[in-house]
Design a protein around this ligand. Structure first.
Ligand SMILES: [Fe+2]
Ligand SMILES: [Fe+2]
Length: 243
């Protein structure tokens, strides 16, 4: 857990999720990097206890919310988990990383021209993933929830705008491949998410944020492709057998 006596640099180095929290309090990660949290809070007239509480919350979220038994829990519960954790991460992290990427490209683009391509790639990833989440949350996931309800109460296959759940699923799987391809390109452009030696704390926190996003996306795609989607296809097949 972070302490009031630690510097901003130490807090962000120990837990990358701290960067977003500090920025929300308008604490500058670069100019105040070596100042202690207590002093920075006093200068900005912030409650150090409140900042520490938010840092602790972010740390426990980053260390993993309660994960249901994903192999055996209901599909509805699995969907809730995916939306509350992984979709929340996409919505929170991609706009933040896109904005930081633009700032870093504008500041260091001459010294490190790959940062411009990197910033554009994050914006593309954000736009594609936001559209992807809408399709899942508005069309596919509600259908899977209705399918599970119908299976439990023995009613007919719910109405859908597609013939089989396999159709939207194959589109979602293709889009996962596209997002993973963009993240792989970001990994190349950032030399494996390693900040340059001359990177300031904000730049280092940005690279750590990208690495954490890659890890979260891997788990997100695994839960959907390997568990949710295959179980939804199998559940739909049971209705066909019943007829
Ligand atoms: Fe998703
Ligand atoms: Fe997805």
């Amino acid at each position: 857990m972070p302490a009031a006596t630690q510097s901003i640099r130490e807090i962000v180095a120990a837990e990358p999720s701290a960067a977003a929290v500090l920025e929300r309090f308008e604490i500058d990660l670069c100019s105040q990097a070596d100042a202690g949290l207590e002093r920075v809070c006093a200068e900005l007239r912030l409650s150090v206890d409140q900042v520490l509480e938010k840092l602790a919350d972010a740390e426990s979220r980053a260390r993993g919310a309660i994960v249901p038994a994903v192999e055996t829990c209901s599909l509805t519960r699995l969907i809730q988990h995916i939306v509350r954790t992984h979709h929340q991460t996409v919505r929170q992290e991609l706009p933040r990383l896109a904005e930081l990427g633009q700032r870093i490209a504008a500041k260091h683009g001459l010294k490190a021209p790959q940062f411009k391509a990197m910033a554009q790639m994050i914006e593309l990833l954000r736009d594609e993933m936001f559209a992807h989440l809408e399709k899942e949350e508005q069309v596919l996931f509600p259908y899977i929830v209705r399918l599970e309800e119908a299976s439990e109460d023995g009613s007919a296959t719910p109405h859908a705008c597609f013939q089989s759940v396999a159709q939207p699923i194959s589109m979602m799987v293709r889009e996962h491949g596209s997002a993973e391809g963009m993240v792989a390109r970001l990994r190349e452009l950032t030399n494996g998410f390693e900040p340059p030696e001359w990177a300031c704390p904000r730049n280092a926190a940005f690279h750590a944020g990208l690495a954490a996003f890659e890890k979260d996306l891997r788990q997100h795609v695994h839960l959907e492709n390997d568990l949710l989607f295959s179980r939804a296809i199998a559940l739909e097949a049971e209705f066909t057998k019943r007829r």
